[in-house]
Design a protein around this ligand. Sequence first.
Ligand SMILES: [Zn+2]
Length: 397
Amino acid sequence: MVMVNFADSSQDTSAEAVAGLDSIYFGAADSLASYYKEVTSGQAVFRALDPSRPVLGPVTLPMSAACDTSRIKKETIKALSAQGVDTTKADHISAVFPNGKAQCGFGGLGEVSGSFSWMPAGFSQTALVHEIGHNLGYSHHERVRCSPGSVTACQTDGTSGKTPMGSGGTTAGLTAPELLHQAWLDPRETVQATRSVHITLRPLYPAGPGIRTVRIPVTGGKDELVVEYRQPTGALDTDKTVQGVLIHRVRDGRYGSSALVHASPDDTGALAPGTVFSSTDDKLAIRVLSATKTAAELEIKRDGDPAPPRPANPAPTPQASATPDAGAEDAAALGARQPYPGSPPARSGSPAAAKPEADLADTGFHSGTRNAIVISGAALIAAGAALTYTLGRRRRT
Ligand SMILES: [Zn+2]
């Protein structure tokens, strides 16, 4: 990350302010790094490009204060290059700027499937995690309300509240589709339900043995419902409104832009024990048989067929609780460590041929380490490869 000033407007560049930025990006707690470390069980590592100088700058951009995000990006990259910083080695560049005169109307801005983020000084951890989430290819996580028995006749109704990408703040983990988008779930941790089956879902966090999510093909296989079970784990999912059995709709394999399917009479949207969610078109019914702190038992019925009976003595270990059918099907469908349908392609693919979102979102990530510094600029926007989302000041995510 880099502190930038304008020719006529500066931010606090005291040692205390620098330490604060170091802490919110890379600190052991309440930081960008700590959040992604926890939700990925250590797979995602955010570190400074130059750990001996985690906060670059301050650099003074040759421009008066203005919310000209393209120019801020361009001038920031130029200034860093002039200081000998090889910005091409960074997966993310995050520019912190004084907003008093610039008057940007956002709490943070990030390229969607890109590398640049703009953070007005004084931003929150939630804003930072959210904007870097955009860089990773996540859209805002919305909630949809569907007509009874349908997963297609739906209307968007605000954000889900289940992830930092949907106004959930940083006490909420990422959703299972968001983890799938970055291949942060091991294929052994997910099963595909193409026929009637009983499933024991363990809570989504932390990583470990057991089934963390069920993927249910719908609309003739074009789309999926991704079911997860959220329970408080460490610092994650501590808010009751995040918890329970959640159903997300994924269209055309785009895991980065799924939506919560509201499945309860109350405002949580979670499917409560004893209740059923159904899709008439898909001849699908999902029933939550029970839910405890450690597991949710689901019965998934396809084509009206009864699910095979559960074992008389269900094994206590989650990994043994999925039916053999589901496990075998999943192994066959996914192969060992194969990408999920719609997940970012391997980086060996031609960048020119890859979709911009997939290519940019995936760059450099699975090596386990991301170099985070900050630059600002407009290249991606100018190229049309990235949308930008604003983070409203009033809605803090
Ligand atoms: Zn946003």
